[in-house]
Design a protein around this ligand. Structure first.
Ligand SMILES: NC(=O)c1ccc[n+]([C@@H]2O[C@H](COP(=O)([O-])OP(=O)(O)OC[C@H]3O[C@@H](n4cnc5c(N)ncnc54)[C@H](OP(=O)(O)O)[C@@H]3O)[C@@H](O)[C@H]2O)c1
Length: 340
C-alpha cells in the first residue's frame, strides 16, 4: 500500500517540480490530488505520463490523505496548512511560515534527518529557504570534521526563487532591452533585473540586513548548530534557475583543502567538480534539473588560521524546494509512516 499525496500549489514552479520528482524517484503514490487557487480550477498538470486536473484548495477536504506538500506562499499556508494538519494529513511546507517555530522541525535530510520525528507536535515539517538548503548540505560534513566557527556567504540567486512572476519579468525585460518602445519597468523586483544584479531579497530588517539574509543565519543555526555564526549578503541575479554561493568558512580546527575536497566527495547529496583549469567548476545553468549540490573552487583562505573558500551551486527549485520536500516525505515514510 502506498501513500495518498496532495500537492498544494501544483501550478507553480515548485509544485510542478514536486510532481516531476515524485515521479522520477518513484515515490509510492496510491492516489494524488493537485490543488491551486480557484482561478486555476481545471488547469492540467503532468505527473509522469498522466495528466492531472487541478482542484480548488479552498474547498478541498484533507481527511484520509497522508501527506500534503505545500508550495503556495505564507499567506495561503497560514489558512490551509492547519486544516490539513488537523485532518491528520502531515504538511511538508515550503513557505517560511513555520520554519522558526520551535514545535516544527526544519529538515534537510542529508543533514538532520532525525529531526522529522518532531513532526507530531503540529503535524507539520518545514522546508528551509532555498539558499540555506544547499549551503547546509555543504557545511555539515565539514562541521563534523573541524567545527565551523563562522561563515561569510554571498549569494547569486536566480529569479525563479521569486516564483513565476520573477521568471516572466526577467524574460520580458530582457526582450524589451532590444526594443526600447516596449518598456518593461521593474514590478516584481525593486530594480531592473535584466543585465543587472540587485542586492536586495525580501524585506529590510531593522539592522539593515534583509529577511533573506536573516533566514540563512537563523536556519543554519536551527539545522546544524546554534553556535555557528553566519553573515550573509543575498543578491538577485539575471539567471532563470540555479542559485550560486561564494562561501568563506572559519573552523576551530585546521582543515586542509585536499581533505575538505575528499570529505565533500564522500558526503551525501554533493558532487565535487573542482579542476583548477578553464571551465573546471560548475555554473548555475549546468545544475538545472539535477539533484546534487555542486561544489567547486575549494581553496585555503590564507588570511585566517583555519579558513576555506568554496563555490556552491544547486537547482533552487529542486534541492532548494521540491526535491528537499520529497526527500522529507521519503524520510517520514521510512522512519514513521512505513507504507509503500
Ligand atoms: N522558487 C524557489 O526557489 C523556492 C524555494 C524555496 C521555497 N519556495 C517557496 O515555495 C512556495 C511556492 O513558490 P513558487 O516558486 O512555486 O511560486 P509560484 O510559481 O508563484 O506558484 C505559486 C503557487 O501557489 C498557488 N497559490 C498562491 N496563492 C494561493 C491561494 N490563495 N490558494 C491556492 N493556491 C495558491 C498558485 O496557484 P495559481 O496558479 O492558481 O495562482 C501556484 O500554484 C513559496 O512559499 C516560496 O517561497 C520557493
Amino acid at each position: 500500500m502506498g501513500y495518498k499525496i496532495v500537492v498544494v500549489g501544483a501550478t507553480g514552479n515548485v509544485g510542478r517540480e514536486m510532481l516531476n520528482i515524485l515521479d522520477e524517484r518513484q515515490f509510492p503514490v496510491d492516489e494524488i490530488a493537485v490543488l491551486a487557487s480557484r482561478k486555476s480550477l481545471g488547469t492540467e498538470v503532468s505527473f509522469g505520463d498522466k495528466t492531472l486536473t487541478t482542484k480548488d484548495l479552498d474547498t478541498f477536504d484533507f481527511t484520509g490523505w497522508d501527506i500534503a506538500l505545500f508550495a503556495v506562499g505564507s499567506e495561503a499556508t497560514k489558512i490551509y496548512a492547519p486544516k490539513s494538519a488537523a485532518a491528520g494529513c502531515v504538511v511538508i511546507d515550503n513557505s517560511s511560515l513555520y520554519r522558526y517555530d520551535p514545535d516544527v522541525p526544519l529538515v534537510v535530510p542529508e543533514v538532520n534527518p532525525e529531526a522529522v520525528l518532531g513532526y507530531s507536535k503540529k503535524n507539520i515539517i518545514a522546508n528551509p529557504n532555498c539558499s540555506t538548503a544547499q549551503m547546509v548540505v555543504a557545511l555539515k560534513p565539514l562541521h563534523d570534521r573541524a567545527r565551523i566557527k563562522r561563515v561569510v556567504v554571498s549569494t547569486y540567486q536566480s529569479v525563479s526563487g521569486s516564483g513565476k512572476e520573477g521568471i516572466d519579468e526577467l524574460w520580458d525585460q530582457t526582450k524589451s532591452i532590444y526594443n526600447p518602445t516596449d518598456d518593461k519597468p521593474a514590478k516584481k523586483f525593486t530594480k531592473q533585473i535584466a543585465f543587472n544584479v540587485i542586492p536586495h531579497i525580501d524585506v529590510f530588517m531593522e539592522d539593515g540586513s534583509t529577511k533573506e539574509e536573516w533566514k540563512m543565519v537563523v536556519e543554519t543555526k536551527k539545522i546544524i548548530d546554534p553556535k555557528i555564526k553566519v553573515t550573509a549578503t543575498c543578491v538577485r541575479v539575471p539567471v532563470f534557475v540555479g542559485h550560486s554561493e561564494a562561501i568563506n568558512i572559519e573552523f576551530e580546527d585546521h582543515l586542509d583543502e585536499d581533505e575538505a575536497r575528499d570529505i565533500l566527495r564522500e558526503a551525501p547529496g554533493i558532487m565535487v567538480i573542482d579542476k583548477r583549469e578553464d571551465g573546471g567548476y560548475v555554473s548555475p545553468v549546468e545544475c538545472v534539473g539535477d539533484y546534487a549540490t555542486f561544489i567547486s573552487r575549494i581553496r585555503q583562505d590564507s588570511t585566517i588560521d583555519n579558513g576555506l573558500n568554496l563555490w556552491c551551486v544547486s537547482d533552487n527549485l529542486r534541492k532548494g524546494a521540491a526535491l528537499n520536500a520529497v526527500q522529507i516525505a521519503e524520510t517520514l515514510g521510512t522512519r514513521v509512516l512505513k507504507k509503500g
